[in-house]
Design a protein. Structure first.
Length: 265
């Protein structure tokens, strides 16, 4: 799980970071002594779990937890506190667990195991279909995008297999007849925000990552017939019948490559 640590004490952050290295389920993607810096990070990056102190001078942990959930509704919270009196506050935030300081590796490991199980239960089944027409399915139901361009942007990011795509690259594909000027760049940013909002509305907070004009998708968050094909799965190769993202002309370049790979097997 992608995890962040938030505590106003540097020593506490370092101790948690060291303990976390021993727990396979955790991937520390950030540590913060400032609540506001943590909020800014969560706005732009996928995070599954936050380990956060309750008593902090800039913003208490309960208030911080509300802000984190505002931007990542599926984020799990584990609170750390030196006072049992705060347990009810942690419970009111539907926290996975609260740990009394000083934190032991055993108590941290137990909390992470609970968070992992909870995360697995609430994670939707997400699948991207690229052969034929492009569609995104959540729990086997197609997502109806309000914005056609937002859907096309997602298709482009899926086609790039999780690689980082710049605004200039997006514009050259999605608006090939427009100049790369300020108006087009603003349009690109607007479409990216729309995609982010549409995915979050579908409960898919962690699929799309955007940061300072760089965008990519997290391939680990969904299944995809293209990726199964490239991994050599026979069932995916049988499903490919010569059509790939049929709605988008820019996707035609991949069809001969896939057709050749299928014939070579």
């Amino acid at each position: 799980m992608k995890t962040i640590i938030i505590d106003d004490e540097v020593l506490a952050v370092n101790v948690l970071w060291a303990m976390s290295k021993e727990i396979e389920e955790m991937e520390i993607v950030g540590s913060f002594t400032s609540a506001r810096e943590a909020i800014e990070f969560v706005k732009e990056n996928p995070v599954d779990l936050a380990l956060l102190d309750i008593c902090m001078p800039e913003m208490d942990g309960i208030t911080l937890g509300k802000h984190l959930k505002m931007y990542r509704s599926g984020i799990s919270l584990v609170y750390l506190t030196g006072y049992e009196d705060y347990a009810m506050s942690a419970i009111s935030m539907h926290a996975v667990d609260y740990i009394l300081k000083p934190c032991s590796e055993e108590s941290l490991r137990y909390a992470i195991e609970s968070a992992t199980l909870l995360n697995q239960r609430k994670k939707p089944s997400v699948y991207v279909k690229t052969f034929g027409h492009f569609d995104l399915f959540v729990d086997e139901k197609p997502i109806l995008f309000k914005s056609g361009k937002a859907k096309e942007l997602l298709a482009l990011l899926v086609d790039r297999e999780g690689g980082i795509v710049t605004s200039e690259q997006i514009i050259s594909v999605l608006w090939e007849d427009r100049p790369n000027d300020e108006a087009t760049q603003n349009l690109c940013s607007k479409v990216a925000r729309t995609l982010k909002n549409e995915l979050e509305s579908a409960g898919l907070d962690n699929i799309f990552v955007t940061n300072r004009g760089l965008r990519y998708i997290d391939k680990t968050m969904f299944g995809c017939d293209l990726y199964e094909f490239l991994d050599g799965e026979d069932s995916a190769k049988r499903r490919f019948q010569g059509e790939y993202m049929a709605d988008y002309s820019w996707a035609e370049e991949r069809i001969p490559i896939l057709s050749k790979m299928k014939k070579e097997e």
